[in-house]
Write a protein that binds this ligand. Structure first.
Ligand code: PLP
Length: 467
């Protein structure tokens, strides 16, 4: 008999409820504020963009929320996802640590994102919505949403940042294969897009502009809603199927993690693996929980806790978050999904209250970790996921130095099959470690000083780094 390396659950063992971490947090996040009035926003402010069921989930204090059968039926196409024991990686590292990873790359879109896309499409369909407008950078979210809209018979319009539309055609093709319509942003289909094109005819676009275009379409068409792939409470909620499954699978493996790790862009895959363990911690379990971000976009480790806009165009409510400032433009690192100036209010509050830790790494170390992983475990990780791997390896090396066993669990949020250009650049020696743009961060943080301040604001980074 070979040693056990994969822990799988039956379809019938899939979680039937999502876990809402708001029920177990020492302090719940402070409310988002209306940018005009400075007052907390209410359901009526969100109603033009989201169906009421999702708005209710956004503010719900219930610990458990039922997953609709129709959503479970789609999840069953790839869930429960496997938990692996990385025995070959452990050998390569010569570590006494036991390394486990949950693999979300087996979804049709290749990442964790369909876990929320499917739920969002379902609630929109049920509310009588015909069409979703959304934005995508490198195409991970757009492709997940296209898969989900196809499953529920919704039309989809994706504003894709022009530079990615032209340089990364394959996720665009995925969106089209599942029936979504892709428009390069900025476009002449919206006022926001036309305004940019008038001023900058050769604009290659940005996520901020693409968001403006999608929100405009949703806000001005009664049958159209908007969908967001991270940051919001309901998005993190939907992702908790990852951690809930992992808890059962770790039990099958007869192990409990000393440390749980996820990479962090907006905070959704991190929340997905982490929140069920936050519950354990709230009930007395000893477990460390670490969020890992790029050194060049270090929202938790170098940002300040403040009210800030969620987007460059200043269209969103003010959200309480660790932020580098909405004006901050991170360098063009290859983990595009982690290039977000702030993090989810829930993730921020957990960090503020020392429930979770944070670490950051430059991209070259992350690619090195990704290659070590691919050459031992086989799977080629997404550049985003490689940040979690990098930290798992650091934890494993520390365990070796201390001569102690340590159980490490991380979330492998996606595969890297559409990011091979980044690997090519890495092997050709063309990738560099963009140093952190200190001046850029300072400038962007100055710009948000006049905004209202949340409780806990100090004007300084918290700067706690794991390990
Ligand atoms: C989008 C993405 C991320 C980052 O998003 P979060 O909101 O932080 O989860 C991480 N990994 C992969 C593979 C992604 O596609």
């Amino acid at each position: 008999m070979s040693e056990e390396i994969m822990y799988t659950l039956k379809t019938s063992e899939m979680p039937k409820q999502w876990y809402n971490v708001l029920a177990d947090m020492p302090n719940v996040p402070q409310p988002p504020l209306h940018p005009g009035t400075g007052q907390p926003i209410g359901p009526q402010d969100l109603a033009p963009l989201f169906p009421m069921a999702l708005i209710e989930q956004e503010v719900s204090a219930e610990r458990w929320i039922d997953i609709p059968q129709e959503v479970l039926d789609i999840y069953a196409l790839w869930r429960p996802s496997p938990l692996h024991r990385a025995r070959r990686l452990e050998k390569v590292l010569g570590t006494p640590a036991k390394i486990f990873y949950k693999y979300e790359g087996g979804s049709p879109a290749g990442s964790h994102k369909p876990n929320t896309a499917v739920a969002q499409a379902y609630y929109n369909k049920k509310a009588g919505i015909k069409k979703i407008a959304t934005e995508t950078g490198a195409g991970q979210w757009g492709s997940a949403m296209s898969l989900a809209c196809n499953m529920f018979g919704l039309e989809l319009l994706v504003y894709m940042v022009k530079v990615s539309y032209e340089q990364k055609p394959y996720r665009r093709s995925m969106i089209q294969t599942w029936g979504g319509k892709v428009i390069a942003s900025p476009s002449n289909t919206t006022n926001a897009g036309r305004k940019i094109l008038e001023k900058y005819p050769n604009s290659t676009g940005s996520l901020g502009i693409a968001i403006s275009e999608a929100v405009e379409v949703a806000a001005t068409n009664a049958d159209t809603n908007y969908a967001l792939g991270s940051v919001l409470n309901h998005v993190l909620l939907h992702q908790t199927v990852i951690g809930l499954e992992a808890q059962k699978q770790m039990q099958m493996a007869g192990a409990y993690p000393d440390v749980v790790i996820g990479c962090c862009g907006g905070g959704s895959n991190f929340g997905g693996i982490a929140h069920p363990y936050v519950a354990d911690k709230a009930h007395g379990k000893k477990v460390r929980i670490v969020s890992v971000e790029p050194a060049s976009c270090p929202s938790l480790t170098k940002g300040i806790y403040a009210y800030d806009f969620g987007d460059t165009a200043q269209l969103t409510p003010l959200i309480p978050s660790f932020t580098l400032g909405h004006d901050f433009v991170p360098p063009g690192i290859h983990a595009g999904g982690l290039r977000y100036h702030s993090v989810a209010p829930i993730t921020s509050q957990l960090y503020l209250d020392d429930v979770i830790e944070a670490a950051s790494y430059p991209q070259l170390e992350c690619f090195e970790a990704a290659v070590t992983f691919a050459r031992s475990e086989g799977i080629i990780p997404a550049p985003e996921s490689s940040h979690a791997i990098r930290h798992a390896i650091v934890e494993a090396r520390n365990a070796k130095e201390e001569g102690k066993e340590r159980v490490i669990l991380f979330n492998l949020s996606g595969h890297g099959h559409f990011d091979m250009g980044a690997y090519d650049n890495y092997f050709a020696g063309k990738l560099i470690d963009d140093s952190m743009d200190e001046a850029g961060i300072e400038r962007a943080l100055k710009a948000i000083e006049p905004l209202p301040k949340p409780k806990g604001y100090t004007g300084r980074p918290k700067g706690v780094v794991a390990v």
